[in-house]
Design a protein. Structure first.
Lengths: 268, 342
């Protein structure tokens, strides 16, 4: 376990060094976040604070959590496949795979920086929101929040690894990402509550981990809800995690094996 | 390049360092859109990269794998380094099947020909730090190991510059340092001098020979199509053509390939007398008062019989040298023979 963590740290450090070597882009990203929050702040002033599904949460606060976590979720979805593809193109994947580090660890760790940066962005969003826009956080149960974020991380990692498996095998064309990012944006309660959708469409959102993640985070962070109040949401997210993570891992094992047999592991 | 060495390679307990047994690998060629439109359900064209390759290398040997482009050299290296699975046959490193990659990989270092295999915005030192973690170099040893290797490959002064700023020769030296991070007993080198200028190639060759082979006792498998490199470095070589080993042995043995009868270059005093004896004259030229002939001995004839025949004809033999093909000529003959047919 320690060895895995050490390797994870090496990947994070590598990508951090690479990222900060593009200093202007790094600073602009942070500036861009603040600007987008500003735009949403004024946009949500047009919204009805009593709209169905907001559950008494002010529209900007509600959207803020959606935005912060959608970025995190899409990081999980895209970063595995994007990193694998980029390492294939750079020629560095082969160099990593001849090392004694197992292929699965290489794939897992390749997205470690993106997850770290994603978490940092969430924290920055919340910081901006509280300091600049006066959002009031009511965190009564940090454990629930940590559990919810961990389950979000694991379930979305399952989907991300599944998507990386597609890239490993097919090189291009990643239907998983396309379907999920579209579905997340529309059904995932990122931009509007599911109650705003026609009734017959609403059940789709129940199949998406982000729906449950956002309910947990909004509940824990903005409404001060505790484990008792959020146990249903946590259970639903846990079930999706238990299905998605092993499925992603099995798919990646299969894809790596096939790619090695086909000789396509390091091609792009 | 030079400097303090590292620990000598461990012994493999009498086992062969590298062994390939009946290795076969076939890839399928990607079909173009035109082919897919023309024959949507047609089969993809197979590419037979390896067709039953048998090879063995002893510990401490430098073995050159020669072959034209597309001969299967890189496929063989990828199978040995656990990146590709063979369709049939077995590859073993120190007696361990390459399917057991967790046991095999720590024994191997791969030097790529591709200089892209680094992070160009990071320095050599940061690149090596990252790969040291992947190669399980203990944390407390990483900095000293990197320092030691940078010194050995003569890159200490430039180690903190971005990788993108390095010349091809410098990049290749960092590639060697990376392959040595975990001090593996076996090095697989895929055309290590491919993009180097002659001076850098020469320096790298002497580093391979003097430092890695003689000093550290590394076993080195070198895939190359540079015959001069193979000749300068290899104890043993194999010529791979169209996925098959066509010839293997020492450089001298491979040079003699296809020459079933000895050939001699004879220098004589100028005379017009015909050359008669147990041989066939391949060329006979006179210049500057000397006569130089190249003869091929008849089957079963000896060198002594040839000289006796010349002396009996009252010719003055000034010198008589056995002629061998150079490696390039032998290589061309072997490749040409493959093109005619097995």
């Amino acid at each position: 376990m320690t060895r895995i963590l050490i390797k994870l740290g090496a990947f994070i450090k590598r990508d951090f060094l690479s990222e900060v070597s593009y200093r202007l882009a790094f600073v602009m990203q942070v500036g861009g976040m603040l600007l987008s929050l500003l735009a949403f702040f004024f946009m949500t002033k047009m919204m009805d604070p009593n709209a169905e599904g907001l559950n008494g949460i002010p529209p900007f606060d509600w959207l803020l959590i959606g935005l912060a976590f959608q970025f995190y979720f899409s990081t999980a979805l895209y970063s595995f496949s994007a990193k694998i593809r980029s390492e294939q193109v750079l020629g560095t994947l082969e160099a990593m795979l001849v090392s004694p580090t197992p292929t699965s660890i290489v794939i897992f760790s390749s997205a470690a920086w993106d997850f770290t940066w994603g978490a940092f962005r969430v924290v920055l969003y919340l910081l901006f929101a509280t300091l600049v826009f006066g959002v009031k956080l009511q965190l009564n149960s940090p454990a629930v929040l940590i559990l919810g974020v961990t389950l979000t991380l694991l379930s979305s990692a399952g989907l991300g690894i599944l998507s990386a498996s597609f890239i490993l095998y097919f090189k291009r064309g990643d239907p998983i990402n396309f379907l999920l990012s579209s579905a997340t944006t529309f059904f995932g309660t990122v931009f509007f509550p599911v109650e705003q959708l026609p009734e017959w469409l609403r059940p789709v959102s129940n199949w998406l981990p982000i729906t449950w993640s956002l309910r947990i985070v909004r509940g824990a962070l903005l409404q001060g809800q505790t484990l008792t109040e959020l146990r249903g949401e946590l259970a639903a997210l846990a079930i999706l995690t238990v299905v998605l993570l092993p499925f992603g891992l099995i798919a990646s094992r299969f894809a790596i094996r096939r790619a090695k047999r086909e000789g396509s592991l390091i091609q792009y | 390049m030079g400097g303090p060495g590292v620990a000598a390679a461990p012994a493999f307990g009498g086992r062969l360092a590298i062994e390939a047994e009946g290795l076969e690998k076939t890839f399928t060629k990607k079909r173009s859109i035109r082919e897919i439109v023309k024959r949507p359900f047609g089969p993809a064209e197979p590419i037979h990269a390896l067709r039953g390759v048998d090879l063995s290398m002893r510990e401490g040997e430098i073995f050159a794998l020669l072959g034209p482009n597309g001969a299967g050299k890189t496929t063989l290296l990828k199978i040995l380094s656990c990146l590709v699975l063979p369709d049939r046959g077995h590859a073993r490193i120190a007696g361990i099947d390459t399917l057991e990659e967790n046991r095999v990989k720590p024994l191997l270092g791969l030097v790529h020909s591709d200089e892209r295999s680094f992070y160009w915005r990071l320095s050599a030192r940061d690149n090596l730090r990252f790969f040291a973690r992947l190669y399980d170099v203990p944390s407390r040893r990483i900095e000293t190991r990197i320092e030691e290797l940078l010194r050995r490959v003569d890159m200490l002064d430039a180690a903190d510059r971005p990788f993108a700023d390095y010349s091809s020769g410098m990049k290749q030296r960092i590639a060697i340092a990376r392959a040595l991070l975990h001090d593996p007993p076996i090095l697989l080198m895929d055309e290590p001098t491919k993009s180097l200028d002659p001076a850098s190639s020469l320096a790298l060759r002497s580093f391979i020979l003097d430092e890695l082979s003689r000093r550290d006792g590394k076993t080195i498998l070198l895939a190359t199509h540079n015959l001069r490199e193979a000749e300068a470095l290899a104890d043993q070589l194999a010529i791979l053509v169209a996925g098959r080993v066509r010839q293997r042995g020492t450089v001298a043995e491979v040079r003699r390939h296809g020459i079933d009868r000895p050939r001699y270059r004879i220098e004589l005093n100028a005379s017009a007398d015909p050359l008669v004896g147990p041989f066939r004259v391949e060329s006979d030229q006179a210049a500057d008062g000397r006569r130089i002939a190249v003869v091929l001995l008849d089957e079963g004839a000896s060198w002594e019989a040839m000289v006796r025949a010349l002396l009996d004809a009252r010719l003055t033999v000034q010198s008589c040298d056995s002629m061998e093909l150079d490696l390039e000529e032998a290589f061309s003959r072997i490749v040409a023979a493959e093109r005619v047919g097995p």
